[in-house]
Design a protein around this ligand. Sequence first.
Ligand SMILES: Nc1ncnc2c1ncn2[C@@H]1O[C@H](COP(=O)(O)OP(=O)(O)OP(=O)(O)O)[C@@H](O)[C@H]1O
Ligand SMILES: *[C@@H]1O[C@H](CO)[C@@H](O)[C@H](O)[C@H]1NC(C)=O
Ligand SMILES: *[C@@H]1O[C@H](CO)[C@@H](O)[C@H](O)[C@H]1NC(C)=O
Ligand SMILES: *[C@@H]1O[C@H](CO)[C@@H](O)[C@H](O)[C@H]1NC(C)=O
Length: 408
Amino acid sequence: MLFIISIFLITFGKQSPDPNDAFLNQSIAVMLGGQQKHYYDNNVVVHSSTTNQKNHYSSISPDYFDDDETTDFVEQLQSYDYNQDINLNDLRVSRIHSDVNKIEIIPLIIPEGNMSNYAVKKYLGEGTFAFVQSGIRLSDGLLVVLKQIKSKYLWWARMEAHIIDILNEEKKSSIIKLVDMYMNNTSPVLVFEELENSKTLDYRIYSFYHDLILEEIKRFYFQLFYGLSITHSKGIMHLDIKPQNIIVSNDDIQIIDWGVSDFYYPLKEYRTRVGTRHYRAPEQLLHYKHYDYAVDVWALGSILASTIFKKYPFFKGRNNDDQLLQVVKVLGSQDLFQFCEKYNIKLNEKLKKTLEGYERQALENYIDENNRELVSPAIIDLLNKIFVYDHRIRISAEEVLQHEFFRE
Ligand SMILES: Nc1ncnc2c1ncn2[C@@H]1O[C@H](COP(=O)(O)OP(=O)(O)OP(=O)(O)O)[C@@H](O)[C@H]1O
Ligand SMILES: *[C@@H]1O[C@H](CO)[C@@H](O)[C@H](O)[C@H]1NC(C)=O
Ligand SMILES: *[C@@H]1O[C@H](CO)[C@@H](O)[C@H](O)[C@H]1NC(C)=O
Ligand SMILES: *[C@@H]1O[C@H](CO)[C@@H](O)[C@H](O)[C@H]1NC(C)=O
């Protein structure tokens, strides 16, 4: 099915001194299947703080649900035996942190808690699974974000809470801080420390309004890859790394929305339609179910490339197969076919035909007048180590931290 997308500009009057609000002047509405929503690009919804209307920070966007992701694509996953003996040298097992999780983890139970300890300040927005409000903790005045998850997603809330709880053992990392949780009636609420004056990263790297200087890019991405290295070392995959799930203030950056995150188990099968298309790794686009932590590195690498080259998003596919094609146009056909052969990934003939005949492009080809000051041999080298089909050869988050790009 094809969506007809028409784009037009809407102007908002604004007098706020916040430079990020320049965005509000250039928001784009996208007509999607007849329903008008306020987006810029075909991806993100504008946070319109000037109106009292319901302020959606995300919605069912064309990226979240592929246009080829119809009911006829049903992914069958085999059940997993947590007690089996596994040969960790198996090609289908992650190269790193493969046996962190020894037994099946039962997500924690959200306690009744004490709701009257919080006062709600402002409605921030609503997504598919939750709505988010800002608030204040009455006992000490801490500014918080209250993420209230719909009751039917209780299990996911328990997973999200469990995962962030584990990650927060590491005090100084770029991972959102979970400070409390409670049940509001039948809906679980996760309470996060608010990152004040923050915007999601897409506000800072969208090509219309790119205000990050190289020094900030290095500092922020070092923190993000550090966050991922911690995450992976604890046996967890984020699985939805995208600019909308990273919040940034002047001096701090955090990875949020751990709602689809999961624990890694060797040889376990994972859903390949998880996360957001533009940031999906090739192994996911190929529906290879034994993927691992390396998908997060690919996603963050795509965002880094987007930031450096001011091309947003860096790989922009219209559906799952087209996304793969966009990647192949840069990384080439030959390595893809070798990768498929090595891991015994079957490609149907029709798709194979479309993916044939592309040479690997030098990333230098993306240099232009707008981004020249951000590009260096070191960043090209780093991106070349991230943009590798073979997830077992792709650089890990921990290795990224050692890269020259962050030292020069
Ligand atoms: N700690 C925080 N500090 C400031 N703002 C935050 C914080 N946590 C979340 N937000 C804001 O709330 C929004 C929604 O948070 P989050 O992505 O966790 O909810 P979600 O319902 O899972 O989102 P989605 O529907 O996209 O999956 C974010 O995009 C961000 O703008
Ligand atoms: C946005 O537009 C208004 C009027 O159209 C203008 O006064 C304001 O300066 C603009 N804001 C930014 C940040 O560009
Ligand atoms: C809940 O929190 C409120 C406000 O901080 C406090 O007055 C009350 O005693 C608490 N109730 C319980 C049961 O802990
Ligand atoms: C509890 O949920 C209701 C809506 O169901 C919401 O309006 C309210 O702000 C929530 N309160 C707290 C303290 O989370």
